[in-house]
Design a protein around this ligand. Structure first.
Ligand SMILES: Cc1cc2nc3c(=O)[nH]c(=O)nc-3n(C[C@H](O)[C@H](O)[C@H](O)COP(=O)(O)OP(=O)(O)OC[C@H]3O[C@@H](n4cnc5c(N)ncnc54)[C@H](O)[C@@H]3O)c2cc1C
Length: 465
């Protein structure tokens, strides 16, 4: 059977759902096809038998313009993270350090004097006159790794103790491979303009008058509420589960205006005038190999998320306070733990764990420990117990029976790595697409849920300029 569609959106993660939301707002005739038996992709909340919930993928989000429009229109009530949980921690030199404000960093012994002085060196530098620096070229195709960018402005310790953990937290990636202009385009631009990161950031703060809204949100019943809200907003006949597209063929001799022939796993054939591919990049590459094969070059880091609980009484009193007042911790480079980071869910949002317990999500793997994805549940639990003992200095007090592991999720291809050359790869891919084909996804503008949703909106804007 062959059906005719004006617009087909392939993929029902937040990128595809955002595209569908805006298609509906613009009265387009569309259908969204999702390969699996649920919408949401990486956004995946599971309710547990005791009534509490686990986030297998993202646990919170930052709301920018794109999500804000969706949330208002769909009439959801975002839940702001507890203001009490304000501290961000880094595990470094076998200790948890607060890095919430530059002030803390300067007063503590977290960084050496040499590194603290490098802030001043950067503040008073004018790199454009420095002939040795290769960074000040105005050539737009210049790309540099995050590691080399920050090392040349500060030093290796700055990268290992601050940049490494932050990139582990966002990309589960390696600063030596990630591209500065794609990962942190604002910092890249500020540095180019002011020839100093610190000066650029200070001037941009003063100009704006206040900080950007970086508040953290979820919803009462977890992030799936966002997905369900969009799904319910859209007419049900526009959404199809269990519909995996295997190829998008471009044919000139098809029925008038219907240029694309979509093959699906069910054998259903669809003729479409316009297509948005909102799948991971490696799937997009296989769907249209002639147009999108370059996307195959984008690699993904694997992640294991472990949703677990422990009784509060097992923590030292000082650590209880630290957990209650913190978002979570990230690990510096070269620490003797395998954990990339831990989010303290019960400190951030209510109803994430029984009152007497702390609930954590532990993140393992990433591009630095990819082998962990193939360990058994028991081996993963052993690592979690060892690492939590070390991070909270519990000297082995936390035993197997004490850590209640509720869910272990393995994401083989969790986060796209926006590596060197990524900017040009995306630009040339976008430029080579015809007007009636668009791509959306977290590999285009950045991996946050907000950026992924924005890519869906951009795809619709391209199709209806
Ligand atoms: C463990 C983890 C933690 C994260 N934490 C955060 C966080 O705290 N905050 C944050 O903002 N972001 C976080 N992210 C990132 C964010 O969740 C993702 O970048 C975003 O959800 C990706 O959305 P997407 O729609 O681009 O891709 P996906 O969610 O991957 O959706 C793609 C969809 O396409 C479908 N599909 C694939 N192939 C086909 C096909 N052939 N035909 C039809 N459908 C197909 C898939 O089944 C899937 O549903 C996290 C990600 C992970 C994995």
């Amino acid at each position: 059977m062959t059906s005719l569609k004006d617009l087909v959106i392939i993929g029902g993660g937040i990128s595809g759902l955002s595209a569908a939301f805006h298609a509906e707002r613009n009265n387009l005739d569309f259908v969204l096809l999702e390969a699996s038996n649920r919408f949401g992709g990486a956004v995946f909340t599971s309710s547990m038998d005791n009534g509490y919930l686990c986030e297998r993928g993202p646990g919170s989000l930052v709301i920018g313009n794109c999500l804000s429009e969706i949330i208002n229109r769909v009439q959801l009530k975002p839940l702001k993270a507890s203001p009490k949980a304000k501290h961000k921690l880094v595990f470094s030199d076998c200790t948890l350090h607060q890095i919430t404000r530059p002030f803390y960093i300067f007063l503590s012994n977290f960084l050496s004097t040499e590194t603290k002085l490098s802030f001043f060196k950067d503040f008073f530098s004018f790199r454009q006159t420095d002939k040795q620096s290769s960074l000040n070229s105005n050539k737009d195709d210049k790309d540099e790794s995050v590691k080399s960018f920050f090392e040349s402005r500060f030093n290796e310790e700055f990268v290992n103790k601050l940049i490494w953990p932050v990139l582990s937290g966002i990309y589960a990636g390696n600063p030596a491979q990630l591209s500065i202009r794609t990962v942190w385009p604002k910092i890249y631009e500020l540095d180019k303009k002011y020839q100093s990161i610190s000066r650029g950031m200070l001037f941009s703060l003063l100009k704006k008058g206040k900080k950007e809204n970086r508040e953290i949100y979820s919803f009462e019943s977890g992030l799936n509420e966002l997905i369900n809200g969009i799904v319910q907003y859209l007419p049900s006949e526009r959404l199809k589960l269990n519909s995996q597209i295997t190829l998008v063929e471009e044919c000139s001799s098809l029925e008038k205006g219907y240029k694309y022939f979509l093959h699906s796993n069910s054998g259903e054939k669809i003729l479409a005038k316009r297509v948005i591919i909102a799948t991971p990049s490696y799937v997009a590459a296989s769907l249209m190999p002639l147009r999108l094969s370059e996307l195959q070059k984008i690699t993904y880091s694997p992640l294991v998320t472990v949703n677990c609980w422990m009784n509060k009484s097992l923590m030292r009193e000082s650590n209880q306070k630290l957990v209650e007042e913190s978002f979570g911790f990230l690990s510096s480079k070269n620490e003797d733990i395998k954990t990339l980071g831990v989010i303290f869910n019960s400190s951030l949002f209510p109803k994430r764990a029984p009152d007497e317990c702390f609930s954590f999500t532990i993140f393992l793997g990433g591009s630095n420990f990819p082998e962990l994805i193939s360990l058994s549940d028991n081996q993963i639990k052993d690592i979690c117990i060892e690492d939590i003992n070390k991070a909270f200095n519990l000297t082995g007090k936390l035993e197997h029976k004490d850590l209640k592991v509720k869910l272990i999720s393995r994401w083989k291809k969790a986060v796209p790595q926006l590596s060197l050359g990524h900017h040009n790869l995306i630009q040339s891919t976008l430029e080579n697409l015809p007007n009636d084909i668009a791509i959306a996804g977290n590999y285009i503008k950045g991996v946050s849920i907000e950026n992924a949703a924005q890519s869906g909106l951009d795809a619709i804007k391209k199709l209806i300029p």
